[in-house]
Design a protein around this ligand. Sequence first.
Ligand SMILES: *Cc1c(COP(=O)(O)O)cnc(C)c1O
Length: 394
Amino acid sequence: MIWYPYQQMKTMKEPYKIVDAQGVYLYTKDHKMIDSVSSWWSVIHGYKNPVLNRAIKEQVDNFSHVMLGGLTHEPVWQLSKKLQEWLPGDLDYCFFSDSGSVAVEVALKMALQFYINQGKRRNMVLSLEHAYHGDTFKTMEVGDDEDYHAIITEKKGVIHIPTTIEALEEAFKNHGKDFYCFIVEPLLQGAGGMRMYDISFLERARELCNAYDVLLIFDEVATGFGRTGNRFVADLVLPDILVLGKALTGGYIGHAATVANKKVYEGFYSDDPDCALMHGPTFMGNALACRVALKSIELFEKENYIEKIHKIEAITKREMEGFADSRIKEVRIMGGCVCIEVKDSKTLEGYQEFACQRGVFSRPFLNYMYAMVPYIIEEEQLIQVLDTMKAWFL
Ligand SMILES: *Cc1c(COP(=O)(O)O)cnc(C)c1O
């Protein structure tokens, strides 16, 4: 018996059973749908990409996994080297793990211990209202979304602020010396409702983190690899720790990375064994994941994905222009993300089935109907997705 995610099992609708997938399409036994969700925003190259398939098959024939405790191997070595070259600034030190939630946990633990290693105790985290950073316990605490995290009622030592510079300055004025980190989903808050905000907020955050000696963490598990129209938001404002997941492997296999800058790494680099980072997920640096991630990045560069994403954004803006309905609160577009926020969540009841009948897989949640398509999508396919979204309101 499968226990499905985010569902009341007693009342949930039968999930679509997928028997094949190719490009942007998911296939059931008798139906074909464009995956407008990219399997939780991860399958950026679409399904069954021949280059990625080949990479992972070759690695299976070599070896699938060896642990990183006392062992190392070429794929993990190459991926860390590639990320070091590819990521901005001195974000050079990659700690691998098997999921975004764990990678965020590692980032928070790194930040906390960074100060402990200096003989300092800082015990507060600054984060955003509507933040989502994963479903493990500490990530639920720094997150701020009652729908995911209703079981956590007490959040000691975590302050949530809206994305205004006023609130940011106020928080630092009151608690700046107590924060061990400020963690944000930069520019685009995903699971909290596809909320978008301005880069000036992050620029000011960087200044305040410098002034108060607080580590800035970008959780780019959702925004990384082009989703906002930037390769990484970290290309615009440099964090101390960058968290990558979801699209890291092109959606082939679960893997994530917590990437630290030199300052953070050196905070652990010591003759004292107590200053070491005591963490080690069993499947960190999995060889299949590393091989496919490396190929995914190569494709991203070689086929100029940033241009593809800008085109997706331009088409989306064009197609959504002038679209309005009294039930809609706002239409938001950024890079490869479009969200129609409705005033009442009941407005979206039945939309998934409606979209399926029109050949689009969609998974609206709460008041949000959205699309985060694979970047390889063709113009007509994207228009089909957007027309389906608009048609629901006709
Ligand atoms: C999905 C997500 C996570 C959690 O990643 P998992 O791989 O599901 O654990 C963390 N942060 C953000 C911003 C996410 O979107």
